[in-house]
Design a protein around this ligand. Structure first.
Ligand SMILES: *[C@@H]1O[C@H](CO)[C@@H](O)[C@H](O)[C@H]1NC(C)=O
Length: 354
């Protein structure tokens, strides 16, 4: 799987030479930023570096220089990297999602390579696949994914009063995320721990089908950068209370984060408190917390779910919502051992929603 055939290297070199002038012209014209600008000094004396583009299923036709030359639009930033939407000119896959990892934040290539190989082999209808991986001479790393048309789940929830906020779509999103997580935790001998599950890391396609992204990514980061990722996730309300070090992320901490996403989906509210209390068992907005404690959870769900439904349909949907609340609460249990595992979660969700 590793290695660029020599013919392809030759093609890339040719391509780079013939393109360099055209590229400059295009840059001036379009005003967008080349992905290559993220990679400092990849061109030395006019020659491009010929590091390998490691290709996985779905990435066979990709050409490294075409990706690096593609005009990119920044769609997300974090402490360890940047997400781009890149538009390829001559390709069967005209739009890609590119994740550029900052060189200082990543582990050495020698350590990263087996992880990349493994992440590149994971395929499931609810997981964002890794189609290719590129490592530059200065430690720059680029992950190539398909692009999905409807942004991420956090945006969906935030923007949400539209047509899409109907109960059938919400329940399919919940089920899809659970199926993706089930695949991560159960499809290989050793569970693949996501480590940073949150609504921002759930991408949606034009039919609002969910795709989990960023799974296992913390394994590619150095310890400091991974720890910063965990702190950011705590700040946003997804971190299980027992989790102190990123390297200790486990199935149960993923389940906790999944529970938070369920609550977010059903309430339409972000899981952060203006005034988080560190003594609290879990971080939820105070309105949500007190309603849960007072057994008034049915006041919390997104009012849009019931619009236009008959009384009979309302009863059914409310029953589902109550079931999801209870499941979410179990997932967010302060005690790791009391949380259901992903098999139980998926069974329960299917039972509630079917
Ligand atoms: C790890 O990443 C951080 C950025 O998060 C960086 O400042 C630090 O230098 C890196 N440490 C090592 C040992 O590479």
């Amino acid at each position: 799987m590793i290695g660029l055939p020599s013919l392809a290297v030759f093609t890339i070199l040719l391509f780079a030479i013939t393109c360099s002038r055209r590229k400059r012209r295009r840059k001036e014209r379009s005003g967008t930023r080349d992905i290559e600008a993220a990679f400092e000094c990849n061109e030395v004396d006019g020659a491009v570096s010929t590091e390998d583009l490691i290709k996985f299923q779905g990435g066979k036709d990709l050409i490294v220089q075409e990706i690096l030359d593609a005009p990119g639009e920044v769609i997300g930033k974090s402490s360890y990297g940047t997400l781009y939407r890149a538009s390829l000119v001559h390709s069967n896959t005209p739009t890609l999602l590119l994740r550029f990892l900052r060189p200082t934040c990543t582990s050495r290539m020698k350590d990263a390579l087996p992880i990349v190989e493994f992440l590149g082999s994971i395929r499931h209808p609810n997981l964002v696949p890794l189609n290719a991986f590129y490592a530059g001479s200065r430690g720059e790393k680029l992950m190539v994914h398909p692009f999905y048309g409807s942004g991420n789940l956090a945006q969906f929830i935030r923007d949400g009063n539209g047509e899409a906020h109907k109960w059938p779509i919400i329940s399919l999103i919940a089920l899809g995320i659970a199926r993706g997580l089930y695949h991560l935790h159960r499809s290989s001998e050793k569970p693949i721990i996501h480590g940073n599950l949150k609504s921002k890391n759930i991408l949606l396609d034009s039919h609002y089908r969910p795709y989990i992204s960023d799974f296992g990514l913390y394994n590619l980061l150095n310890t400091t950068a991974a720890q910063q990722m965990l702190e950011a996730s705590a700040f946003q309300g997804y971190k299980a209370p027992e989790l102190i070090k990123m390297k200790d992320a486990c199935e149960e901490s993923d389940i906790y984060s999944f529970g938070v996403i369920l609550l977010e989906l059903v309430t339409g509210k972000e899981p952060v408190d203006d005034n988080p209390n560190p003594d609290q068992d879990f971080y939820l907005p105070s309105a949500m917390r007190s309603a849960i404690l007072d057994d008034r959870i049915m006041e919390l769900y997104h009012p849009h779910f019931l619009l236009g439904l008959s009384n009979d349909q309302r009863v059914v949907v409310e029953h589902c919502i109550l079931g999801i609340f209870q499941l979410a609460m179990a997932c967010c249990s302060p005690s790791r051992l009391l949380r259901p595992d992903i098999k139980e979660v998926l069974n329960k969700l299917e039972e509630i929603l079917q």
